[in-house]
Write a new protein. Sequence first.
Length: 521
Amino acid sequence: MDDRDDFWDLPEIMPKRRHSPPPPPADTSSAEVSFGEGVADRKYAIPHKGTPEPQRRSEVILHYKPEDSLILDVKICRWPTEYDFYNRFLQDAEKYYRAKCDEAPFVPFFSYMPQYNQMSLDQLRFYLYWRRQVGHGNFIKTDYSYIFLYLYELINLESVSTPEKRLAAMCSLLLGYRESFRSLDRYVGEWICDFCLIHRLPPPVEILGDVRDELMSVVTLREFYVPGRNDVHDTALRDFILRNNTYKYENSVAFNEKTKPIFDAHLIRSVVYTLEKTENIRDGEPSLLKTLVSRTAYNGALCTSSVKCRIDAEYLSLNRSYRFRGLIGSLVKCAENNIRTALGIKSRLSVSGLSDAAISAMKEYYAENLPGKLKKPAVKKPEDDIKYALYEAQSTGIDPEKAALLESDSWELTRRLTDGAVPEPEPEPEPVPEPEPSDELPPYTALCRGLDGLHLSVLRLIASGDASSARAACARSGALYDAVISDINDTAYGLTGDVVIEGDALIPDYECDVFDALKEV
């Protein structure tokens, strides 16, 4: 090997280190220290290193019960520890709160937790100019960091403006920039909820308008944005209840482009009408489930120690009230059944758990607002009168002599055809009385009675969940299983307006109807 390779043998050219024993462990026990000269009695014990300072308790600083709200009880608790690392931000915020800049060009700015001391002079000038424009309703181009810095101001500056004005500014900022910055819905929606609960403000329903419905789909405490406990007319509560029920009518076979206007016009209104007539959201059965939540205020925002707190709330949960959701699902099915009746669709959905009063209220609504079957009236075209007139016989009046001559000629022709033997006219039959009207069979009973032995056996086996035996029965009879299922569905569609078998099982909506019909056959 070349001697020049010894150049890379670094351990050989490094100076040798002297290995010394490790130092003895330091004594961390308490020690007495004297202060001053000649004063032996003034001694203080130094505590052990690492002794934690006791945390202050999370005392309740505000406790109240909102009126007519799904939020029943609110406790605002002080944050258990104090900190001062955002005091500089608070001082700068108070300093620049009323500062203005007449005009400044846009300067990009990015920070995960934006603060004033992170901005350059040009960025600060643009921020002051932009904030003034936003105050006048002019939402010019900006960056996320400028928006969040302004939101931090509104959250923390409790001494410079009223809560109502700061809440209005937060809502205005959200409405002005949510289309450009989509994640604002989630952040600002949560912070508005916390802000209102802390300052005992109602949800800003009128300010947010239709945006409130979209906020309810992304925030955690959705019930806050419902303004009234019993106000089922409220759009957000109405839609929120119907979107969280156990049945989606948009997936129904009866819902299509032609029937959509009827569903949109009547289904929700009929459910609300029935709720008002028979159920009370506050005291009714099944009642809404009471739920407790503990949340950190302004989670993800820059908060000073004086603003940071914990919110403990008890509320009526719409999403977790499974019995109530089941009730709404049954009401939606009942409403769809009434719409199907009006449309002339024979098939019905299986409805359970509704009281007679609820069913009667639903029928009362549709008897008044959607009576009878909906039929499009025939539109008579103007040219029809001219067209039909060409096929009408010309009216010449009645001539008794011509009528007698026509009858005589007819009898003469009859004698020739019968060789002179004129048959006696048959006596007129006595009128047969019309049969008494009988009750029409239920559609699923008619379905079962109209099937032959093989098809009825296959339907019974499918209903019992034994699809393999149904296939074997078809094979023994030399019939194709899929063809038999298709025949059953075709018959069902003609009688009920819908098929009854999907795959190897009954459609859940029609199980009860088919079971009852099979018992009768």
